[in-house]
Design a protein around this ligand. Structure first.
Ligand code: NAD
Length: 426
């Protein structure tokens, strides 16, 4: 089944995340023998909004920022997805991330569609006041298309609980009453969920636990390499360390540290927080992010950003299990190389779905006005992650495909079923 968006391009750009997503979607749709009408509906986003956001900077000058919100699919419920602030945000990246949210919510079977937002800006160069004005104006521009029943934003790269609190407040000012369920990933004190901050990293731990059982390994025998030390990577590394895994390397954007005997992760994260880098961290070798990805290890968890494992380095990846904490860390062109090497992939739309799962719990709690204990949240998260991991593995075995293709097939099958039942395209 050809995808015009992909075929029209003279040559597929490996590092365009939208094209990576589309080529996996196309492969899964073909294997499912997806009805052509459903294919036509599901291969495009439902809505794309571009906004220009004027912000008075601290210097007194006005700067206009470009922002996006892509709502990919509503077949299974309100759209759901984070907001990213970065200088290199593009509409294609936001499109891909929105589609991944649709597939991810379907893989873990939560009743949401997919969306994503982004603003082209450099948050490291902006004051809190500038970020607040930018966020509030962006939220005001989206006011007609977001809402607890329409589209529920959350944090992503360079946005956090504070960003969500500003969006909630801006939305509530327009609604003339407090609407906590408009965003997830809020501070717990403002209607956030216990356990949401750690949810993506904790979800990653749960699926890694399941994956290593397939290799008859136990945590103390398992050497883990983590790329990224932010919300996902930092939390995953800490929880893996606490669970007895040997975390031998970790990095941030500037580079990483490596000790084949295992790192003291709490000390390393504390060092990173104090000095803002891993540079000169004692008792470990300094390595680049490229070297880190190619280390000999049992589990490699890329938890930073897209396009880290490509056709250029895939043949040098040495792990048994690739646990994708980030969205899109592996390009489609690298998939077959990893498959030939026999690497067991826990694909991003499953591996990092713990975040959206607890976001779903947060939305449910906000709507009930009744909040759960953290151990209840974590236990329900574990149930969802383990069940979804097993669903994907069973699907892969039944259809004799790799786990990434299985996850896409499972997700597309669920979205297609709901689309057909609703008669969206009648
Ligand atoms: P974050 O901003 O908290 O942390 C990102 C980390 O990656 C930082 O340590 C940063 O220094 C590092 N990094 C950034 N660019 C890098 C590069 N080019 N090379 C190496 N390291 C780099 O972000 P996060 O929330 O941890 O998100 C990380 C990834 O996980 C993103 O792909 C995001 O979309 C995905 N994700 C996040 C969540 C969540 O709940 N936060 C949920 C699902 C998926």
């Amino acid at each position: 089944m050809p995808s015009p968006m992909v075929d029209d391009a003279k040559e597929i750009k490996e590092e365009n995340p939208f094209e990576s997503m589309m080529s996996r979607f196309d492969r899964a749709a073909q294997l499912l023998d997806l009805d052509p009408d459903l294919y036509a509906v599901m291969r495009v986003p439902n809505r794309e909004l571009k906004v220009y956001i004027p912000v008075r900077m601290d210097s007194g000058r006005m700067q206009v920022f470009e922002g996006f919100r892509v709502q990919h699919n509503f077949a299974r419920g309100p759209a759901k997805g984070g907001i990213r602030y970065a200088p290199d945000v593009t509409l294609d990246e936001v499109r891909a991330l929105a589609a991944w949210m649709t597939w991810k919510c379907a893989v873990v079977n939560v009743p949401f569609g997919g969306a994503k937002g982004g603003i082209i800006c450099d948050p490291q160069q902006m004051s809190q006041g500038e970020l607040e004005r930018l966020t509030r104006r962006y939220a005001a521009e989206l006011i007609d298309i977001i809402g607890p029943e329409k589209d529920v934003p959350a944090p992503d790269m360079n946005t956090n609980e504070q960003t969500m609190a500003w969006i909630m407040d801006t939305y509530s000012m327009h609604a003339r009453h407090t609407v906590t369920a408009i965003v997830t990933g809020k501070p717990v004190e403002l209607g956030g969920s216990a356990g949401r901050r750690e949810a993506t990293g904790r979800g990653l731990l749960f699926v890694i636990n399941e994956a290593i059982k397939r290799f008859k390994m136990t945590p103390p025998q398992t050497r883990v390499v983590v790329q990224g030390a932010g919300n996902v990577g930092g939390t995953a590394a800490r929880l893996l360390h606490e669970a007895g895994y040997k975390v031998i390397a970790i990095s941030d954007i500037h580079g990483g540290i490596y000790n084949p005997n295992g790192l003291d992760i709490p000390a390393a994260l504390d060092y990173l927080q104090r000095t803002r880098s891993f540079e000169d961290y004692p008792g470990a070798e300094q390595i680049t992010n490229q070297e880190l990805l190619e280390l000999d290890c049992d589990v490699l968890a890329p938890c930073a950003t897209e396009n880290q494992i490509t056709s250029h380095n895939a043949d040098r990846i040495k792990c048994k299990v690739l646990a994708e904490g980030a969205n899109g860390p592996t390009t489609a062109a690298a998939d077959s190389i990893l498959h030939e090497k026999g690497i067991f992939v826990i694909p991003d739309i499953l591996a990092n779905a713990g975040g959206v799962t607890v976001s779903y719990f947060e939305w449910v709690q906000d709507r009930m006005g009744y909040f759960w204990r953290e151990d209840v949240v974590n236990e329900r998260l574990q149930d969802v992650m383990v069940a979804s991991f097993n669903d994907v593995c069973r699907y892969a075995e039944r259809h004799r495909v790799d786990t990434r293709t299985a996850a896409y097939m499972l997700a597309i099958d669920r979205v297609a079923y709901d689309t057909r039942m609703r008669g969206f395209y009648a």
